[in-house]
Write a protein of this length. Structure first.
Length: 256
């Protein structure tokens, strides 16, 4: 199974670099479409837009619609739940009974579970008791397949960059970590938010973070030839050895 991950596109129609952000997003989608073998699924792990506005989601949805593989989205701290839900409600995977944008996808050899860590009052993650309950329900709904969990905010100590913890409190992060570890079936945790690539662990579970697709906002040092080229992650699962993650550099833009 092959999962292509997009994250932190931060579409903002008012900023001077808005065209660059749109171009980075569109180039990434085109690169994913050109992969051989093609991915089974694409997941956008949050911060789709920057201001949570309907016009921003309309532009983002139009770009994502060009993907040939099935695509699923989830909220980041810059997203607006109501507007995101409205923009992607036709796809049918958001629960109408939950205030959170969390869900499970059952169509693949690995179950894909997206958890909502958005805090309406902070850029850091939140994971309240209701979300713990929802996470456990989603994980326990099926007991035979391995699980890959997507969270916008990484639930581990990040050792690169100025922020080491990306939740409002370490207690909330610990609640999420305990929920992820209790079943023994979660084999990968996949996140964004940090705007740079890094990795960690949730107990024995491998955890990865992909860089920011919007190159003007990406953190870390890159060679000059790469500064205008988005980087995304490809996650491959094989039942014999589990998950492996590759950083994919988007093909050079001849017009750049």
């Amino acid at each position: 199974m092959i999962i292509a991950q997009i994250s932190d596109t931060h579409i903002n129609l008012d900023t001077p670099d808005s065209d660059q952000r749109l171009r980075d997003f569109a180039r990434t989608v085109a690169d994913i479409n050109a992969l051989d073998p093609a991915p089974d699924v694409v997941v956008h792990s949050g911060d789709i837009v920057h201001n949570g506005r309907k016009d921003e989601y309309a532009r983002a949805a139009a770009i994502l619609a060009k993907l040939r593989a099935p695509v699923y989205v989830m909220p980041g701290n810059k997203d607006d739940r109501a507007n995101l839900r409205e923009a992607f409600s036709a796809d049918g995977y958001f629960s109408a009974s939950s205030p959170f944008l969390d869900y499970a996808i059952e169509d693949f050899p690995v179950r894909l579970i997206a958890l909502d860590t958005l805090s309406e009052g902070s850029n850091k993650g939140e994971f309240c008791a209701d979300r713990v309950r929802r996470a456990i329900e989603l994980i326990d709904a099926e007991t035979t397949k391995p699980i890959a969990v997507f969270t916008h905010h990484p639930p581990f100590e990040v050792l690169v960059g100025p922020e080491r913890f990306h939740f409002e409190s370490q207690e909330e992060m610990q609640r999420l970590r305990e929920a992820l570890q209790r079943s023994g079936r979660v084999i990968a945790v996949i996140s964004g938010h940090v705007h740079r690539g890094t990795a960690g662990a949730v107990g024995d579970i491998t955890a990865t973070v992909m860089p920011c697709i919007a190159t003007p906002l990406r953190k870390g040092e890159y060679p000059s030839a790469m500064k205008s080229r988005p980087v995304y992650h490809i996650h491959r699962y094989d039942p014999a050895w589990g998950f492996s993650t590759e950083s994919r550099i988007v093909a050079a833009d001849d017009a750049a």
